[in-house]
Design a protein around this ligand. Structure first.
Ligand code: NAD
Length: 260
């Protein structure tokens, strides 16, 4: 049902973003992949998506912390596909440290990528969406858009910020048939989470097994990690006609974590 539509998914060379891009391609959308990684792996991902789902896929290496590179990515999408119908702001990084030791450059990078990047992509795609009279903006926030955890000050600040940004643009765009929503995953076992297990163990002075059991899954009542395909299914639904009245929603997919 997304044939003829174009979706940009930032940070789609790995993890949740790649899962969402794949689900959109399966539904028929042309895709702009974006993110870091080995050029050979990215070329393979791009070829697989295009071949398996018979859609057009282009890649932009835009660094989402750089507004000028974001502008180039949006221009590329408009030139190749004639516009952007679906925007998923998914690129994100994490750093775990006590606030008094938090590296200033990590704070700045997390705010730039996890929060400001979504402002820049959104402000640049909205004029085209308004012209078409249709659009979907989906921000991949986090359970950390709703609750905090210690040692993640920059991430929690950025994710709470993205929730506020989502609600604000939802109000501004509602009459244009453009929805804006935030999906708030609990823990998903992607490279982003794998990388923070040793740091969390160090910050809390506990073993890596204890981090998984007593920190990551402590509040996730299902006691299992959320799977990428669950998030992709919700993203696809949000693009459907049945979801046209869902806007400004901050939607937890977190195994009950934020119900506590
Ligand atoms: P991941 O590390 O697997 O993927 C992150 C993606 O972002 C990669 O494609 C990476 O190349 C890209 N990226 C990083 N910095 C970038 C930059 N400067 N410019 C462009 N791309 C960049 O992580 P993931 O777990 O799939 O995370 C995706 C999103 O989901 C993030 O916003 C994250 O905060 C959010 N999230 C993840 C979890 C989880 O448990 N994994 C939970 C809640 C929210």
């Amino acid at each position: 049902f997304l044939a003829g539509k174009t979706a940009i998914v930032t940070g789609s060379t790995s993890g949740i973003g790649l899962g969402i891009a794949t689900a959109f391609a399966r539904a028929g959308a042309d895709i702009v992949l974006n993110g870091m990684g080995d050029p050979k792996d990215i070329a393979d991902e791009r070829d697989n998506l295009a071949r398996n789902h018979n859609v057009d896929v282009i890649y932009s290496n835009a660094d989402i912390s750089k507004p000028d590179q974001i502008a180039q990515m949006i221009t590329l999408a408009e030139e190749e596909f004639g516009g952007v119908d679906i925007l998923v702001n998914n690129a994100g990084i994490q750093h775990v440290a006590p606030v008094e030791e938090f590296p200033v450059e990590k704070w700045d990078a997390i705010i730039a990528i996890n929060l400001s990047g979504a402002f820049h992509t959104s402000r640049l795609v909205v004029p085209g969406m308004k012209k078409k009279g249709w659009g979907r903006i989906i921000n991949i926030a986090s359970a950390h858009a709703l609750v905090a955890s210690p040692y993640k000050s920059a991430y929690v600040a950025a994710k709470h910020g993205i929730a506020g940004f989502t609600k604000t643009i939802a109000l501004e765009l509602a009459e244009h048939n453009i929805t804006a929503n935030a999906i708030c995953p609990g823990y998903v076992m992607t490279p982003l989470v794998k990388k923070q297990i040793p740091d969390t163990a160090k910050a809390r002075g506990i073993s890596e097994e204890a981090v998984v059991r007593d920190v990551l899954l402590a509040a996730q009542s299902t006691k299992r990690f959320v799977e990428v395909d669950e998030l992709a299914a919700l993203a696809v639904f949000l693009c459907s006609d049945g979801a046209r009245s869902i806007t400004g929603a901050i939607m937890p997919v977190d195994g009950g974590w934020t119900a506590h």
